[in-house]
Design a protein around this ligand. Structure first.
Ligand SMILES: Cc1cc2nc3c(=O)[nH]c(=O)nc-3n(C[C@H](O)[C@H](O)[C@H](O)COP(=O)(O)OP(=O)(O)OC[C@H]3O[C@@H](n4cnc5c(N)ncnc54)[C@H](O)[C@@H]3O)c2cc1C
Length: 533
């Protein structure tokens, strides 16, 4: 039976779901076009954005070029990046950094006043702009949030959890959200001529993750449930060096530490990366993460030794990491930091084109919940905040150009239930164990059975379905990709195929893969979608 809708809110312009860097930047770029920014908490306080440490990649350093940035992005993506998108993002990056400076982002400067740039893994030049060492995410998000709250074109709605997209005549016409607090949960329908999802990633669906609890993959799940095309869902990036001190989310020992010369060693001080890759500790993330994972599986403990490379300047140069270590009783200036890989970033997401448009009319997606083709099979460090900025600006321009600010009207069929349960621990354990750093068909099939049980036990509650559907997209994408590439490693298919193909699949495709006989996963429709665009 359909629920009673407590309130219908008419949004004249765009409705942005999510208040991380992607949502906030899009709202700023939309102005003076009206928009509502809806999020579960105050802008700038939730999602992965305030946690970002390294910074933002852009070819603003002396002698650097956007062509070199694009080439590094493409090399990290192991054949799956869309070269046009990589070029477009690298070319527009310096302008988006200039926007951030205008909005008040306090980037670190060199002695001559130019932007200071750091170096991170797999970048061939120093091109990471940063703030106070490792506080880029916090300071940039704060600067954007401060601007957004002052803008007359933006209406902020805090304390709402979105659960489902509202559809009308095959078009996304708004979304359903419930209040997060108060004695009574209320169901609200927000109608809007343009809906922009900026809901971030899915790290919290994994038991060991650097992402906060609100990164539940719900935007992707909502879009998939509404029929949107999803791209490359199987590609999850695991950060090699989460600090292994049993804290959830796992604090991060930023890549910049390895950029400074910190080395990875086992409990006996044995350095293992130089034998595995010419760039040693600065090899692409997937290579470093897998190497650490295999050391751990072989019974070793792994440490990031910063004593020589950073030493006494640790507290000043990397205050966030320093604080996290001190809280765990470790002094990183004179003790090695215990580390382990953790789910960190989703390369896959809602398939979007150059303007952030999804396959569903009325729906755009920006930031980590989208898959633009920039990252391919493996994201280059510090390219994700950049992607959120570039496509936030492009989506804003497209929405402004194609949407009439108008009021819509009337109720739409509401979901029957609207609780917002926490991520079931069983789902998190299942994803880490069977859809983590190394996968195989037997484990992935087992994961699908568990996901199905969780869905049934939850009575198909929409918010839970958003999570299980996202998990199912990751697992079925991983089943259909019978090779190892970038962030996706199949122990039963270790080869990398000569032809690189992106995955494009709908929820119907995922269900077909789940229903296929074991061994027939690759014959299900999603495998054919790998060449559809
Ligand atoms: C520890 C860490 C360090 C990182 N370091 C870097 C770095 O140095 N450089 C870099 O480029 N990237 C980095 N990343 C990745 C980067 O931070 C993210 O990819 C980026 O911030 C994503 O921004 P976003 O706006 O798309 O999503 P988020 O910042 O995650 O924001 C999502 C928003 O959506 C809201 N939301 C989600 N679902 C719902 C719902 N159902 N209802 C209501 N609201 C909802 C959330 O509350 C939040 O407001 C890092 C990530 C982590 C976790």
């Amino acid at each position: 039976m359909a629920q009673h809708i407590d309130n219908i809110i008419e949004t004249k312009g765009a409705l942005i779901l999510g208040a991380g860097v992607a949502g906030l930047f899009t709202a700023l770029k939309l102005a003076p076009f009206p928009c509502v920014v809806l999020a579960d908490a105050h802008p700038g306080t939730t999602g992965s954005s305030p946690r970002a440490q390294g910074g933002i990649a852009a070819s603003v350093g002396r002698g650097d070029t956007w062509q070199s940035h694009a080439a590094d992005t493409i090399a990290a993506g192991v054949g799956l990046c869309d070269p046009d998108i990589a070029a477009l993002v690298a070319r527009e990056a310096p302008d988006r950094i200039a926007d951030l400076v205008r909005y008040g982002a306090p980037f670190d400067r060199s002695a001559d006043g130019s932007l200071a740039v750091g170096r991170e893994a797999a970048h061939s030049a120093s091109r990471i702009v940063h703030v106070k060492g490792d506080r880029a995410g916090l300071e940039v998000t704060r600067a954007l949030a401060d601007r957004v709250v002052e803008l007359p074109s933006v209406t902020l709605m805090e304390g709402f959890h979105a659960i489902e997209l509202a559809l009308e005549d095959g078009r996304v016409a708004g979304l359903f959200a419930r209040t997060c607090s108060g004695p009574e949960r209320r169901l609200v329908l927000l109608r809007a001529p343009a809906v922009i999802l900026a809901t971030g990633g899915l790290g919290a669906l994994y038991a060991i993750s650097t992402n906060p609890p609100e990164t539940r993959g719900e935007g992707l799940g909502m879009a998939a449930r509404a029929g949107a095309m999803i791209a490359d869902p199987e590609f999850v990036q695991f950060h090699p060096t989460a600090i292994a001190v049993d804290v959830d989310p796992a604090p991060l020992a930023t890549e910049a530490l390895r950029g400074e010369g910190a080395i990875l060693v086992d409990e006996n001080g044995r350095r293992f990366m130089p034998a595995l890759h010419p760039s040693a500790e600065l090899a692409p993330r997937d290579v470093v993460a897998r190497a650490i994972h295999r050391e751990v599986v072989a019974g070793h403990k792994v440490f990031l030794d910063c004593r020589k490379a950073v030493g006494a300047k640790f507290a000043e140069a990397f205050p966030t990491v320093y604080e996290a270590c001190r809280e765990a009783g470790i002094d990183p200036a004179c003790q090695p930091i215990p580390v382990a890989p953790a789910a960190h970033y989703h390369m896959g997401g809602i398939a979007t084109g150059k303007t952030g448009r999804s396959s569903l009319p009325g729906l755009w997606a920006v930031g980590e919940c989208a898959s633009t083709g920039l990252h391919g099979a493996n994201r280059l460090a510090s390219n994700s905040l950049l992607e959120a900025l570039v496509f936030g600006a492009r989506a804003a321009e497209d929405v402004r150009a194609s949407t009439q600010p108008r009021l819509t009207g009337g109720a739409l069929p509401a979901p029957a239930r609207y609780a917002a349960p926490p991520v079931p621990p069983l789902l998190r354990q299942t994803m880490t164990r069977y859809a983590g750093l190394e996968r195989d068909a037997v484990g992935l099939r087992h994961a699908l059975r568990i996901i199905d049980q969780i869905e049934r036990a939850g009575g198909h509650e929409p918010s839970l379905l958003n999570m299980t559907v996202t998990a199912k997209m990751v697992v079925t994408g991983a089943l259909a990709r019978r090779e190892s590439r970038g962030g996706h490693t199949r122990s039963d298919y270790p080869q990398t195929e000569s032809v690189a193909r992106r995955t494009f699949m709908t929820l119907a495709d995922a269900n077909a893969i789940a229903a296929a006989a074991p061994g027939d996963d690759h014959k299900a429709p999603a495998a054919l979608n790998t060449i559809r665009r």
